[in-house]
Ligand binder design. Sequence first.
Ligand SMILES: [Zn+2]
Length: 332
Amino acid sequence: MKASGELPFWLETSWLHMQQMLVQQRLPHGLVLSGLPGLGKRQLAETLAARLLCHTPESKQQACGRCKSCLLRQAGSHPDLQRLQPEAEGKAIVVDMVRKLQPWLAATAQQGGAKVVLIEPANELNANAANALLKNLEEPGQETYFILLHHWPRPLLATIRSRCQVETIQPPTADQVQPWLLQQEPAAKPEDLLQVQQMAHGAPLLALQYLRDEAPTLRHQILVDLTAILRNQSSVSEVAERWVKAPVPQVLDWWLQWLQDLIRLQQTNDTQQVVNQDVVKLLQAVARKAEIQAVFGLYDATLQALDSISQRRNINQQLLLEKLLYSWYQLI
Ligand SMILES: [Zn+2]
């Protein structure tokens, strides 16, 4: 079976698996695509939705791109495709949205084929919305498919997960990501390729975005700031004021990676264990003086802060950052 030419290479295994299920007529009515942000889960979901809705798929595997159904979908007006998503990024998918979908779910497909519901991100379904959806997942009706995108590390409600089949999308290996990145951005510096790949936990599309946003420069500034605080060259509030203008979740995610390295270094005293080798000197200086309990405390607090910010809870980010940075200052 041929994989889709349009999908990036690391999605081909999953796509082949879905094609097999389609051909064998055992594609589940509830399918969760689960994995890190930046792996192309949405692209995979759209490819599958296109195939399900197409009237004349090419050799049963690929949407044709030319039939009426494909044209309607491309125009964003396919009557048998529904998208369940929050009103704004970071908000929940609420029960009213699921209720509004019910008459559509009860009706037959207008184009005479399948009906597809794309739910993104499925981890933003709140408990009431999820409960309202359970019956639909259990008795989906003929030719009705739910495709749910689950972004790590946020959890997916167990009630939803248990009623679906989960397809986990794995990142490709570092050896594979770097040539791919270079293909997309031929002028990129080799050291940046390695760095963005680490910064994105190996997820190629996020790494590419980091490369294009010049995230290594921002990351470098974050490192300079952390060093300056320890040397009493910058104040905690000054740094927090700068950071609050940057994409805070990214900043905290990188900081967490360094704290992980710091913990590894303290536990093993082996610099080879440090993933972010460009930070070794700073980490060694901190590791010599800091209490490991305090480092664990800061790690947990940073993780919690990242979670609150990702969920857009009503919080004062400046204050939160000041608190974390003060704990950092106190480490040595
Ligand atoms: Zn078609």
